[in-house]
Design a protein around this ligand. Structure first.
Ligand SMILES: Nc1ncnc2c1ncn2[C@@H]1O[C@H](COP(=O)(O)OP(=O)(O)O)[C@@H](O)[C@H]1O
Ligand SMILES: [Mg+2]
Length: 200
């Protein structure tokens, strides 16, 4: 079967209205460690998707879980990355802010929050790829999600990044004002650290 996408960690196959996300072998790891890691990541991603789904976050519905593989609903839409390139409609980032705040409210961070891991189906925005996500209550982890998203906007959507970022923040704030204040405060620390690292 021809893969739909091939990332660093997984290969995605499309069959009908479902996709299969299969975590691939890494030959640079010892086989036992490799297999253990892939199993753990698969289980973690499934558990996160399950919890988010129950909490009413827009994520693809899981349909099957096996050792190294998840089967889920295929979201027949457009990646936010391509949508922004095509339309320059920054306002849609408000929806990304809303879903992200809902994820954080569940005590989960995404870990790779870029415009390639967000899919728009009509006017509903879904978050995908929780392969680097985890459970956390640390404000630092939530701030890093925002940092990654902001960096992605600045590098991949440079012409409209500021409008996108402001829309995202407005959406996030509308869900959880307290967390918004804590997380954006922490974001300034994360950013200061980033700048320091570039100099050093
Ligand atoms: N549920 C889904 N519906 C539609 N496309 C998907 C879905 N899950 C993944 N994809 C597509 O496959 C790509 C890679 O999947 P992803 O979960 O992001 O894995 P990786 O960890 O390799 O980035 C995504 O960027 C997206 O294009
Ligand atoms: Mg991805």
């Amino acid at each position: 079967m021809k893969p739909l996408a091939q990332g660093a960690e997984a290969v995605i196959y499309l069959s009908g209205s479902k996709i299969r996300k299969e975590r691939i072998k890494k030959n640079y790891r010892l086989p036992q460690i490799d297999s253990k890691l892939r199993k753990e990541r698969t289980k973690k991603e499934a558990s996160i998707l399950h919890k988010l789904q129950r909490a009413g976050v827009n994520v693809p519905q899981l349909t099957k879980i096996s050792e190294f593989e998840l089967e889920m609903e295929f979201l027949a839409g457009t990646k936010l990355r391509d949508y922004l390139d095509k339309t320059a409609n920054a306002e849609v980032c408000r929806l990304a802010g809303i879903e992200t705040a809902k994820v954080h409210k569940c005590g989960i961070f995404h870990g790779d929050l870029t415009t390639s891991n967000i899919i728009l189906v009509g006017n509903v925005l879904y978050l995908i790829d929780f392969g680097l996500g985890d459970y956390s209550l640390r404000v630092e982890d939530f701030a890093v999600d925002l940092h990654i998203f902001k960096e992605c906007l600045a590098s991949k959507h440079n012409a409209i990044w500021e409008e996108c970022w402001q829309s995202f923040l407005a959406g996030y704030k509308s869900v959880d004002e307290k967390k918004f204040s804590d997380v954006t405060k922490r974001l300034r620390v994360v950013e200061a650290r980033g700048r320091y690292k570039h100099i050093g």
